[in-house]
Design a protein around this ligand. Structure first.
Ligand SMILES: Cc1ncc(COP(=O)(O)O)c(C=O)c1O
Length: 439
């Protein structure tokens, strides 16, 4: 796409030129976006997938590659925002889905797969004694919060600035469609400030929901001391501590709770744990989750036509028991840590204000010279420069998320990691002039 010499006059000109190159290379995606725009607002049904001038339509995936409607091939580092851990064509998962499909898909009864998946997840995640399934991470967080409110008899919830717990639980950029709970928002990784906010609101807070690493917020890991403080204060005040591990569950064989040793009362899950199909789950202590037992008096109701849909249950059970074993989780995340170190070394060699934060198989590129520990630090990212790098990576056949999110999948080998490292090196070198002052 970058056949013309780069002029790099300034950041804005460089961006506009890159955008023109993208438009020239993707006429069919553009046509489809315009056509879809007649029946969907902005041609879109999932906000995160939109970027300017329009996203490429993806028509096929295989292994860790995707192809767009204009026939261009990319390495898939979007990885369905972490749900694509298994890649597009894992044979064991495909067999599990085919087998389930052949035996009827809307059985309207407990099926043979859900217990297998529940057993595997309760074994893997230290906080989960009992678990229930639903259809998305958003729904998992909704039910975890509702259960905490019902169990404690308190109305309010606590979350953190820039936390993302689903389409209606988004605490950044003035989201206008959040679920209308009375909500206390504290600053992520601020130990003393958060302790104070908890003490001031303890009487009416039912739950504290936290991502042990903010994913949508830019791959900002929680400090160990911050998580330990949350655990201690939740216990002291009888608040239900909920770890949203919808994304971070992939970061070890038992999520970040296993790595940090901080064990919440409840955990929410989603993404790849459905084997790549629609999935959500919430689980936790017997004391809280036992309330969902329909045989008990005053039990909590939790309905959902597709809570145990056979395709997801079958794919999820096979994925976690046969593919993303504890050993596979350790290996992928070690490779991810090494790759992130390598990319950071490239950025410092090129003397540009670019850095990669994250853990294991999830990382985020930032154009930002200062160390990143809090959402306020992320806010200082130069978004225009990140837009430019995004288009430059697309032009080189690397599909990453516009916000700089880069996710790894199991089918990726050294070839794909090398391709990412080479592309980052080239982009940072080609754009050194406009990036120099961008951080
Ligand atoms: C931390 C976190 N929680 C919850 C969700 C919502 O999950 P879903 O998109 O399945 O509703 C997401 C989705 O990206 C997430 O990253």
């Amino acid at each position: 796409m970058n056949a013309r010499p780069l002029r790099n006059l300034d950041l804005e000109t460089a961006y506009l030129e890159a955008e023109q190159g993208y438009v020239r290379a993707t006429p069919e995606s553009r046509r489809r976006n315009e056509e879809n725009g007649r029946v969907m607002p902005g041609g879109n049904t999932r906000t995160v997938l939109h970027f300017q001038p329009y996203p490429a339509t993806v028509v096929k995936g295989e292994g860790c590659y995707v192809w767009d409607a204009d026939g261009r091939k990319y390495i898939d580092f979007v990885c369905e925002y972490t749900a694509g851990l298994y890649g597009h064509s894992n044979p064991l998962i495909q067999d599990a889905v085919r087998e389930a499909l052949a035996s009827g898909i809307v059985l309207g009864a407990p099926n043979r797969y859900e217990g297998q998946l529940a057993a595997a997840l309760t074994q893997r995640f230290p906080s989960i004694e009992l678990i229930r399934f639903c259809n998305s991470g958003t729904e998992a967080n909704l039910f975890a919060i509702l259960a905490a409110r019902a169990a404690t008899g308190r109305p309010a919830i606590m979350v953190f600035d820039h936390g993302y717990h689903g389409g209606c639980f988004y605490y950044a950029h003035g989201s206008q469609l959040n679920a209308p709970f009375e909500t206390v928002i504290a600053n992520y990784n601020d130990v003393e400030g958060t302790r104070r906010v908890i003490a001031e609101n303890a009487g009416w807070i039912a739950s504290i929901t936290v991502e042990p690493m903010q994913g949508g917020g830019g791959c900002v890991p929680a400090d160990q001391a911050f998580l330990e403080m949350l655990r201690a204060e939740a216990t002291r005040h009888g608040i239900v501590l909920i770890f949203d591990e919808v994304m971070t569950s992939r970061l070890s064989s038992g999520g970040l709770q296993k790595v940090t040793g901080v064990i919440p009362d409840m955990t929410t899950l989603g993404k790849y744990l459905g084997g790549g199909l629609t999935f959500g789950a919430f689980g936790g202590t017997r004391r809280i989750m036992g309330r969902f037992d329909p045989r008990s008096e005053n039990s909590f109701g939790h309905a959902g036509t597709f809570n145990n849909n056979v395709l997801t249950m079958a794919a999820g059970a096979t994925g976690i028991t046969k593919v993303y074993t504890a050993e596979a989780a350790t290996a992928l995340n070690q490779r991810g840590d090494a790759l992130r170190d390598r990319l950071n070394a490239i950025a410092s060699k090129r003397s540009v204000p670019v850095q990669f934060t994250g853990r294991g198989s999830m990382m985020n590129l930032h154009v930002n010279v200062a160390p990143i520990r809090t959402p306020a630090d992320v806010e200082r990212d130069n978004k225009r420069a990140m837009d430019l790098i995004h288009l430059d990576l697309l032009a080189r056949g690397l599909y990453t998320a516009r916000r700089g999110f880069i996710v790894l999948s199991l089918p990726m080998g050294d070839r794909e990691f090398d391709a990412l490292a080479t592309a980052i090196d080239e982009v940072l070198s080609d754009r050194a002039a406009v990036l120099a002052d961008a951080g």
